[in-house]
Design a protein. Structure first.
Length: 478
């Protein structure tokens, strides 16, 4: 379709064809046709006509019956359309039959989405992924117009036709696909390196997922103060953007804005964008954002869950969040509450409800951390700063013998803070109960460098570290 667009000097006129089958819920065909209209308009097409066809049973030649196909082809030519766009997917054979019948370019929903993605791709990663999806889509659709031409003479006693133009084209496309996959493998490797660097200082991660144009980028900007592109159109952003969010308990959280989903999202496109969508798979929890003001919000909800299942991320802890409450009335909000009773309601535009969202994020993070009480010497404020980075500090009390910290921390980092944990369930030692310096068991003395040579102090430190072994730090669900 890209070649077709390049040859046109004026705005192409599109004739849209939607399909309503008996297996589809009533009205869904019209909803999908409206969505296709928006996709086509985003490409800069003008709409010559939109027509919805009731289809009892698909046919192998045209998808529709022969009589209906001839009627639509005649109507498209009468409307001076430049191309026919089907909302359903067409097989390569059906697409060729339609082009022969109508003498017009014929494309389907999948090719429209690929073209939209191609227009929105700006980074090398997104361009590679779109190029891969387009090559895999075009491979079975290579024309047979040049099969009679021979590029080289075949070997053998009688010679032979050799490699035809079609065979060469297919080989070139396959080589291109293999090359793109190798480049994407490098992208995946680079993302893995970046992720491993982030994990050196383990910070909880979340990914905002949802239907396209639900306000994911707007929510990311509102939460983190970033300036990600925000436009009121489908697939405004394709590349994942990660920003750091500081919660009210000083807990850091990495939030990633991901590419939006859509009904009938081409499988090849999902496969190609797995390098981007893997941010969803590795996130600690998901924020499923929905446009509460959209009348098809229930179907958008189901579509997102279906794509998450395809990615293997449907078992992730998920916060369901309805956005754009500023544009919804009371009846719409009540319908959304019935759809997801535990959901949150926010407005990225006005900021309403964001405090509750941040609190829920803190609760989810706390549920994955282990509770612990630590006593850190006054001369180890580097440890205190690291604890603030690692976990969620609930209380911090400055005492004579050190800083008493209660909070939740990742069990994987227990080896770092184990020497400071008050283990075995013993209550923290209060200043009044602190033993005298004469006993040689003063906590500050045991922690100070000057006492490190004392054998009894070293023994006490070893016993304390053993009592606070990492196995004692277990996650407690909030």
């Amino acid at each position: 379709m890209a070649e077709f667009l390049e040859t046109k000097s004026q705005l192409p006129r599109a004739f849209l064809v939607g399909v309503q089958t008996p297996t589809m819920p009533p009205g869904e065909g019209g909803e999908l046709l409206d969505e296709l209209r928006e996709l086509v308009e985003n490409l800069g097409f003008s709409i010559a006509r939109s027509t919805l066809v009731s289809l009892r049973e698909p046919t192998p030649a045209f998808l529709l019956g022969r009589g209906k196909a001839e009627e639509l082809a005649t109507q498209a030519r009468a409307d001076a359309a430049d191309l026919i766009v089907f909302d359903d997917n067409l097989s390569p054979g059906q697409q060729r039959n339609w082009e022969k019948l109508s003498d017009l370019a014929v494309i389907d929903r999948q090719e429209v989405i690929l073209e939209v993605f191609a227009r929105r791709a700006h980074t090398r990663e997104a361009m590679l992924q779109v190029a891969l999806a387009r090559q895999e889509y075009s491979l079975p659709r290579l024309t047979r117009a040049w099969t009679h031409l021979s590029r080289q003479r075949g070997k053998g006693a009688l010679g032979g036709e050799g490699e035809t133009q079609l065979e060469q084209d297919r080989r070139l496309v396959r080589d291109r696909i293999a090359h793109l996959k190798r480049e994407l493998a490098e992208v995946v490797q680079q993302r893995g390196v970046q992720r491993s660097r982030r994990l050196r200082v383990p910070v909880p991660t979340s990914a905002i997922v949802g239907y396209t144009n639900a306000g994911k980028s707007s929510l990311l900007n509102r939460l983190t103060g970033s300036t990600v592109l925000v436009e009121d159109k489908l697939f405004a952003t394709l590349d994942p953007t990660t920003r750091q969010l500081l919660l009210r308990n000083n807990q850091k959280l990495l939030v990633t804005d991901t590419v939006g989903f859509i009904r009938r999202l081409p499988h090849d496109l999902v496969e190609a964008f797995k390098a981007t969508l893997e941010e969803v798979v590795v996130a600690d929890f998901l924020i499923h954002l929905l446009d509460v003001a959209n009348p098809n919000v229930a179907k958008h909800h189901a579509t997102t869950l279906e794509v998450l299942r395809e990615l293997g991320a449907d078992d992730k802890p998920t916060l369901t969040v309805f956005n754009k409450t500023d544009a919804a009335d009371a009846a719409t909000l009540a319908h959304a509450r019935a759809l997801a009773p535990d959901a949150l309601f926010v407005s990225a535009k006005t900021g309403a409800g964001l405090e509750a969202l941040l609190d829920r994020c803190s609760e989810l993070i706390a549920g994955e951390l282990g509770a612990a009480a630590l006593l850190v010497p006054h001369d180890r404020y580097d440890v205190i700063a690291r604890l603030h980075q690692l976990g969620s500090i609930q209380t911090q009390e400055h005492r004579e013998d050190g800083v008493l910290i209660r909070g939740r921390f990742p069990p994987a980092q227990a080896g770092f803070f184990a020497p400071f944990v008050l283990g075995n369930g013993r209550p923290p030692v209060t200043p009044a109960e602190k033993p005298s310096n004469k006993s040689g068991r003063n906590i500050r003395a045991a922690s100070s460098p000057s006492s490190s040579a004392h054998p009894r102090a070293a023994k006490n430190r070893a016993a304390s570290a053993t009592a606070a072994s990492p196995s004692e730090i277990r996650p407690e669900r909030a």
